[in-house]
Every structure is written in structure tokens, then in C-alpha cells.
Design a protein around this ligand. Structure first.
Ligand SMILES: NC(=O)c1ccc[n+]([C@@H]2O[C@H](COP(=O)([O-])OP(=O)(O)OC[C@H]3O[C@@H](n4cnc5c(N)ncnc54)[C@H](OP(=O)(O)O)[C@@H]3O)[C@@H](O)[C@H]2O)c1
Length: 393
């Protein structure tokens, strides 16, 4: 049966890769809704190609512009805007599958709406799970939604997990691999001078700007440890991070008998996207087959927590529990944006997140409102700290 898709964040990097897979399989997939924030022109192009019923943007002015361009081109796609419109397309009866690919906390409420509505959710928006972990997973369980990870590491772990019904079936550890980003070997004392352009230049993956900076600080891996904790129900001390610069092994699962199962492939998000979209079938993703003879060497090393303090901060937030992960995430989002706007230096990202975690009291994440309050408080605290920091030269 054809899957009808709402693609939240269609104009982003994951959005592009998802639409590439959709276009390869018109018999299997059709598009119900596409959403963007401000990039109306790209959304118009996508609507003309994929003819969704609904398109959503962030504000009225962008909606008006998109609508005018669509009508001029003869498109019947209905255009709406704002956070409620995102929630509406995520929970609509007209779709069965929701690809959650909005970046950051803005993705939480529509992803949660999809979970409440019992959809098949393909989750790229790790921030949603980092913020609301137990609430999100409880909602998935209660509604009977199906949650499939799109993050390449979590998709790899999912592929290596036991399928025999035993919840953990002899699993001892999850090993999340990490490329180490663009600054793995850079002299630590020079990291203060890093520019946004350098931070966004990932050696192996082409991604949006926020996740690229998160990869450079390794906050991304920290967020992934938290994501893995909730997705696979394992404590933080059974989730290891291993630097693997080639990004060929996307992650591994260790078993009690000494076996380690790994998922390998070329670093291209279309592989995990195609896997999750067609699961349990396998379909062509457009990604070239892996040539191990050409790769020749696979290297591994331990992460350097001093060079990458954000990784340690995320582990600490996970260990603390409550709203600490939501606080960490919000502070990081504000700090990364400030870095991308050249308001603070690269090393000030970790400094800001650390200061916010220390300044705010942790509490239990008893409801979505509590999580959203923690998110707002962390953003206020982060802005205050950033205001007190010098502008980089
Ligand atoms: N890229 C990857 O390879 C990769 C891999 C694993 C996981 N992920 C995760 O996937 C998510 C998306 O990453 P990405 O790299 O695709 O990001 P991206 O390229 O920056 O795209 C983000 C998407 O979200 C939309 N958006 C931004 N702010 C929004 C808001 N306030 N409200 C509604 N929509 C908003 C953007 O719309 P506009 O274009 O209009 O701004 C765009 O469609 C992130 O959570 C990331 O951690 C990404």
C-alpha cells in the first residue's frame, strides 16, 4: 500500500534527501504535506514537483508569497502557516507517515502531535526526544505509534538490535560512532579562532548549519547519546562513543557472547531514510554500494572530552535526568545561533551551556509544560550569559 507522507522540514538537508528517495519510488510514496520555515521559494519548487495537498510555512507574509507563486503556476496546494498548522499536518488523518526533520526545539510539538495520533514517525529531529524523552516515548507507546530512527547512528543501532521479541536479547552496549568532526586533530589552543564557515565544513557529511556546528563541538554526539538512551531504553553507562573518522561504520551493538554487530555504508543520509521509509523492506536509495577495498582502512580512537567539553556536558545532563537535557538543548541552540551570527566564539558555546546548566535548578520532567518552561528559562539564561561575553575579534 502506498504510504502518504507529511514531511516536516522539507526544505532542509534531511528534507532534500527524503524527497530524493520519494522521487525514486512513486508507487510506494506520495506526499500529503511539505513544511518550511522561511525558505518559501524552495518550498514552491518542491510543491510544483511533488504536488502536496498542504504546504506550511512559518509566517503570514511567507505564506502569501508562496500562495501567489503556486497559484501563478497552476498549483492547487493549500498554504497555511504557524505552529498550529505544523501540528495539524502532523496529526492529519490524510497521512500515515510523518518524517520529523525540523531542526531544533521547534520540531517538538508537531513530532509529539504525530506520536499522539499514532503515526509512523521517522525521527531525524533528535532535539524533540532530547527535550521530552520519557513523555515522547510514553506517548508513542500509548498511541501505538511506530517510531523509526533516521539519525544514521540510531538507524544503524536499530538494524543491529535483536528482532526476536526479547527486549534487549543479550545486548551489553551500544557503540555510537562519531567522525570527530572538522576539528578532531586541530591544535586545541587554536579552537578559539574557529569561524562558522570552518565549523560548518564537515569532512564526511553534508548537513544543515546547526547540526554541522553540533558535530564540530561534538554536542551532536552528546545529543545522540541521550537520544539512544530513550530510543533503546539503555542507561548512559551502556552507551559508548567511539571516534571513527571514516564514517563507514554508522554504529554497533555489543552482545554478551562477545559478538559485535555493525551497520556499514557510504556516509549518505538516503540510506537510513530509505531503510526507515520502507522498513521492513529494502529499497534502492540511490546510494552507491560500499567498496571496502577502496576504503581499505577503518580507524578508531577514544573521544577527547577535554577538546570536546560539550560531549561531557551532555553525558552529565543525561545522568542528572529531569529537565537537564531540555536545558542543555535550549542553551546549546541559543549558543550555536550566537556563534553562527559571530556574536560569540566557538569555545564560548560549551562555556554558555555549562553556565546555564549550573545556573538553573533541575526538576522532574513531569509534563510537556514543565519541559517547555525549562526550555524558555534556559534560553533566557543563555542570552544573558552571551550578552556578558565579548564579541570575537
Ligand atoms: N542533516 C543531516 O544529515 C542530519 C543527520 C541526522 C539528524 N539530523 C537532524 O535532522 C534535523 C534537521 O536537520 P537538517 O540538517 O536537515 O537541518 P536544516 O538543513 O537546517 O533544515 C531544517 C528544516 O527545518 C525548518 N525549520 C527551521 N526552523 C524552523 C522553525 N522554527 N519552525 C519550523 N520549521 C523550521 C527549515 O525551514 P527553512 O528551510 O525554511 O529554514 C528546514 O526545512 C535536525 O534535528 C538534525 O539534528 C540531520
Amino acid at each position: 500500500m502506498q504510504k502518504r507522507i507529511t514531511l516536516l522540514g522539507s526544505t532542509g538537508s534531511i528534507g532534500d534527501s527524503t524527497l530524493d528517495v520519494v522521487a525514486r519510488h512513486p508507487q510506494r510514496f506520495s506526499v500529503y504535506a511539505l513544511t518550511a520555515h522561511r525558505n518559501g521559494d524552495k518550498l514552491v519548487d518542491q510543491c510544483l514537483r511533488f504536488a502536496p495537498e498542504v504546504a506550511v510555512v512559518g509566517d503570514a507574509a511567507t505564506a502569501q508569497d508562496v500562495e501567489r507563486k503556486l497559484r501563478a503556476a497552476g498549483s492547487k496546494t493549500v498554504v497555511s502557516y504557524g505552529p498550529q498548522a505544523l501540528i495539524d499536518v502532523a496529526k492529519s488523518d490524510a497521512c500515515d507517515t510523518v518524517v520529523a526533520a525540523i531542526v531544533g526545539a521547534a520540531g517538538l510539538e508537531p513530532s509529539l502531535a504525530a506520536a499522539k495520533a499514532g503515526k509512523r514517525i521517522l525521527l531525524a529531529n533528535k532535539e524533540a526526544l532530547v527535550m521530552s524523552g520519557d513523555i515522547f516515548m510514553d506517548t508513542v507507546r500509548d498511541s501505538g505509534a511506530v517510531l523509526l530512527p533516521l539519525d544514521s547512528e540510531h538507524n544503524a543501532v536499530f538494524q543491529c538490535m535483536p528482532r526476536d521479541g526479547a527486549q534487549h536479547g543479550g545486548v551489553t552496549k551500544i557503540i555510537l560512532t562519531a567522525s570527530g568532526g572538522p576539528f578532531r586533530t586541530r591544535e586545541p589552543s587554536t579552537l578559539v579562532d574557529v569561524t562558522p564557515e570552518q565549523a560548518c565544513k564537515h569532512p564526511n557529511w553534508s548537513m544543515g548549519r546547526k547540526i554541522s556546528v553540533d558535530s564540530a563541538t561534538m554536542m551532536n554526539k552528546g545529543l545522540e547519546v541521550i537520544e539512544a538512551h530513550y530510543l533503546f531504553d539503555l542507561p548512559g553507562d551502556r552507551i559508548d562513543v567511539l571516534i571513527h573518522p571514516q564514517s563507514v561504520i554508522h554504529s554497533m551493538v555489543s552482545y554478551a557472547d562477545g559478538s559485535v554487530l555493525a551497520q556499514l555504508g557510504n556516509p549518505d543520509m538516503r540510506t537510513p531514510i530509505a531503510h526507515a521509509m520502507s522498513f521492513p523492506d529494502r529499497i534502492d536509495s540511490g546510494v552507491a554500494q560500499l567498496d571496502l577495498a577502496q576504503v581499505a582502512t577503518l580507524n578508531f580512537e577514544k573521544p577527547d572530552y577535554e577538546r570536546f567539553p560539550c560531549l561531557a556536558l551532555a553525558m552529565k545532563a543525561l545522568a542528572e535526568g529531569g529537565v537537564a537535557s531540555a536545558t542543555l538543548n535550549a542553551a546549546n541552540e541559543v549558543a550555536v545561533e550566537a556563534f553562527l551570527n559571530r556574536r560569540i566564539g566557538f569555545m564560548a558555546i560549551a562555556q554558555t551551556v555549562d553556565a546555564v546548566l549550573n545556573a538553573l535548578q533541575n526538576r522532574s520532567a513531569t509534563s510537556l509544560d514543565v519541559v517547555l518552561e525549562a526550555d524558555a528559562a534556559a534560553r533566557r539564561a543563555a542570552h544573558k550569559i552571551i550578552d556578558s561575553l565579548p564579541v570575537p575579534a
